[in-house]
Write a protein that binds this ligand. Structure first.
Ligand code: HEM
Length: 119
C-alpha cells in the first residue's frame, strides 16, 4: 500500500506551510508578483490548501472556482506557470519534502497547465 501524497506533504499543517511559502515567494518574484496585486491572499491561501489537500488524497473538499474560471483574464504564460512551479519547489525544499513527493505533486499541477495558461 502506497503512502498517500497528502501524508508525505505533511498533512494539513504541512500543506498550509507550503502554500504560505509558495505565495510569499511568488510575491517576491518580479516575474509574477503583479498578478497577485489586489488579490485577497488569505482567501487564495485557503482555497489552495483545500485544493492541494484534496488532490493529494487528504480528507478535504475544494470549495473554490474551477481552474479556467479562476485564471481567465490573466493571460498567464508558460513563464508565469514555471515561475509559480519554482516558488512551490523552493517551498517544498524548505519543508524537506522528498523529491519523490515533490515530483508527484508537480505532475498533478502539470495536468492543470492547459486550464490555467492562455485564458
Ligand atoms: C497548476 C497551477 C495552478 C493552480 C493549481 C492554481 C490554483 C488556484 C486556485 C485554487 C485559486 C483559487 C480559486 C478561487 O478563488 O476560487 C487560484 C487563483 C489564482 N491564481 Fe492560480 N493556480 C495555478 C497557477 C497560477 C499561476 C501560474 C498564477 C500566476 C503566476 C496564478 C495566479 C492566481 C491568482 C492571481 C489567483 C487569484 C484570482 C482572484 O482571486 O482574483 N495561478 N489559483
Amino acid at each position: 500500500q502506497e503512502r498517500s501524497l497528502y501524508h508525505d506533504l505533511g498533512e494539513t499543517a504541512g500543506i498550509e506551510q507550503l502554500m504560505e511559502d509558495m505565495l510569499i515567494y511568488s510575491l517576491e518574484d518580479p516575474r509574477i508578483r503583479h498578478h497577485f496585486e489586489n488579490v485577497d491572499m488569505i482567501r487564495l491561501h485557503e482555497k489552495l490548501v483545500e485544493q492541494i489537500c484534496e488532490i493529494s488524497g487528504g480528507d478535504c473538499v475544494y470549495s473554490g472556482d474551477d481552474m479556467v474560471t479562476s485564471h481567465t483574464g490573466m493571460n498567464l504564460t508558460n513563464t508565469d506557470f514555471n515561475a509559480l512551479v519554482e516558488a512551490l519547489q523552493r517551498a517544498m525544499d524548505d519543508s524537506n519534502v522528498s523529491v519523490r513527493a515533490q515530483n508527484r505533486l508537480l505532475s498533478l499541477l502539470a495536468a492543470m497547465h492547459g486550464e490555467v495558461v492562455g485564458h
